[in-house]
Design a protein around this ligand. Sequence first.
Ligand SMILES: CCCCCC/C=C/CC(=O)SCCNC(=O)CCNC(=O)[C@H](O)C(C)(C)COP(=O)(O)OP(=O)(O)OC[C@H]1O[C@@H](n2cnc3c(N)ncnc32)[C@H](O)[C@@H]1OP(=O)(O)O
Length: 304
Amino acid sequence: MALTAVIRVPSRALLRPWARLRDAALGWIEPAGGGGVEVSAQRFASQKVLVEPDPAAGVAVMKFKNPPVNSLSLELLTELVISLEKLENDKTVRGVVLTSDCPGIFSAGLDLTEMCGRNPAHYAEYWKAVQEMWLRLYLSNLVLVAAINGASPAGGCLIALTCDYRVMADNPKYCIGLNETLLGIVAPFWFKDNLVNTIGHRASERALQLGLLFPPTEALQVGMVDKVVPKDQVQSTALSVLAQWMAIPDHARQLTKNMMRKPTADRLLKQRDADIQNFVSFISRDSIQKSLQMYLEKLKQKKG
Ligand SMILES: CCCCCC/C=C/CC(=O)SCCNC(=O)CCNC(=O)[C@H](O)C(C)(C)COP(=O)(O)OP(=O)(O)OC[C@H]1O[C@@H](n2cnc3c(N)ncnc32)[C@H](O)[C@@H]1OP(=O)(O)O
């Protein structure tokens, strides 16, 4: 991967480079000039997120690679945020296509194994990473286009919803939506806000209560995606759309995007800690743990 972004890392980071790189990406880095050393991010080659930059076009393609289903593990979330941060800091990149390297799956959403049978500290760390991913994507200055080349339930749908435009493959087996209620859990308010901002209040109310997973043509009708194309044209169409959006002067587009999105992001930013506490106490309940375990078992039994 040809990424050469340099992140300023405090010298103690060399003892625990992975954790410190994550801290840097999550904004917990010491200020520049704070006695750190410069470490090329290339040294920590990403494995769960592949980034293919095209400096001549000013774009990059970011591919999730966490087989079999691109579940959003803590590791994937961390790498996603680091990769996005690098691209935000790369002056040659103005737009990014988000897509999947796993055949037939965009992302299966949050990693259920991160939310089952762990301790409260783990749940808190995981939820903070989920929040961070959403905030970074939702408020990104880059043009983001989702090339949805497979199933995209729950957290997978959320990633797509943070983008400025969504292109989906026309395979009716690929569904997209916030299906949390089907798992016996509730989509957090910021998932809901992002959906309402995309498809409107009434459609969101129906989709969220029923946990609807829309096949591509229905997703297009309801406005959850913007274009449906044959599978082999998803990425090229996303790149064409990116070029159209990049024809707009960056500063005007970015200020407009920020004006539209900041109030929604601020709702979470104002109550991040409370949202984490809420998640930890909710997910730690015996009844919720049982529901998630049963759901995981059902997924596993499907094969047998
Ligand atoms: C107050 C706050 C409340 C909490 C709010 C939390 C919000 C949560 C949002 C979420 O994102 S929860 C996750 C929701 N995701 C889903 O419901 C999708 C579940 N998966 C599927 O429907 C299917 O796996 C698929 C994506 C359609 C793919 O189907 P396929 O037939 O190709 O693959 P499978 O055989 O079903 O799965 C392979 C393998 O992966 C495991 N797996 C699937 N999804 C997940 C997941 N989300 N997390 C972890 N692991 C997952 C599945 O169990 C299989 O495992 P093995 O049997 O191979 O061990």
